[in-house]
Write a protein of this length. Structure first.
Length: 273
């Protein structure tokens, strides 16, 4: 298999979180990776450290600077910084020879091989992503009503996105994204996700959330709906990505949940390198 392309979008405050996510990927995959990091404020020292870190695992780092004015007018907050929008126009900044890339949020752990999701056939789609029908069905319905996306299969989480860049380059344009943000600026609740679902949800292939975007907040619900099958042992054997959604992040000192403890283990290993 050729080298796999991975995409991240961070600001400098998420530097250690990115290292943790990358370490979890490197430790649980035997493939080699090209790592593209969209940013506009990483320091030269941070980039040098990331390059050294990636080289340690035979990965190649490609920092990609995002123009400061691209999302200057987009709604932002402390929880939702400008970087959340970068994935929407990543295709405009990535090399033309890159035709497939897997975007991941930097609050994710990879605990099994990601080869299967990376090889998913998205030839007829723009993206492949997960929604959470088993745990947030009511929210999916509300979001469809809120965004007018009745034809979508669900409300997709933008934290894991397999991108068909060839199709995206023919379909996704800055002007459309800017117009949607401007027209809906007062009603965007989860800004980048609302844009993704509102404009491109119908062109997104649904993936299984328990495998590829496991929301760690809902362990009890996942287990109940699986009639007891989705135990911790099942997760460790089958789940590829654990996603630490929500406000309570696993790197916070007071977070001692079972999934936070696993995260802290990977973080400790990553920051020692």
């Amino acid at each position: 298999m050729d080298r796999m392309n991975l995409l991240f979008a961070i600001n400098s405050t998420f530097f250690n979180q990115l290292k943790t996510t990358l370490y979890s990927i490197f430790e649980n995959n035997s493939h080699t990776f090209d790592i593209y990091v969209l940013n506009n404020d990483l320091t030269a020292d941070q980039i040098s450290e990331l390059e050294r870190f990636c080289t340690r695992f035979d990965a190649q780092l490609y920092p990609v600077n995002v123009p400061a004015d691209w999302f200057a007018d987009a709604p932002v907050s402390k929880r939702y910084p400008e970087t959340i929008y970068y994935r929407l126009l990543a295709h405009s900044l990535l090399p033309q020879e890159v035709t497939r890339i897997l975007y991941l949020d930097a609050d994710i752990l990879c605990i099994n091989s990601l080869a299967k999701i990376y090889q998913t056939d998205v030839s007829d789609y723009l993206y492949a992503a997960c929604y959470h029908p088993s745990v947030t069905g009511v929210t999916d319905t509300v979001n469809k009503i809120r965004l007018g996306t009745y034809e979508n299969k669900g409300y997709y989480n933008s934290g894991v996105l397999l991108m068909n860049l060839e199709n995206i380059r023919r379909t996704v344009f800055k002007e459309d994204v800017y117009r949607y943000i401007a027209d809906n600026a007062l009603t965007l609740l989860l800004p980048d996700q609302d844009v993704l679902n509102g404009l491109y949800g119908k062109d997104t292939l649904p993936l299984t959330d328990t495998l590829y975007n496991y929301d760690v907040r809902y362990y009890t619900i996942y287990k109940m709906l699986s009639e007891g099958e989705a135990t911790l042992d099942w997760i460790m054997e089958h789940t590829v990505f654990l996603h630490y959604c929500g406000k309570n992040k696993p790197w916070q000192p007071k977070n001692t949940s079972k999934f936070a403890v696993l995260y802290k283990h990977y973080r400790q290993k990553a920051l020692r390198i």
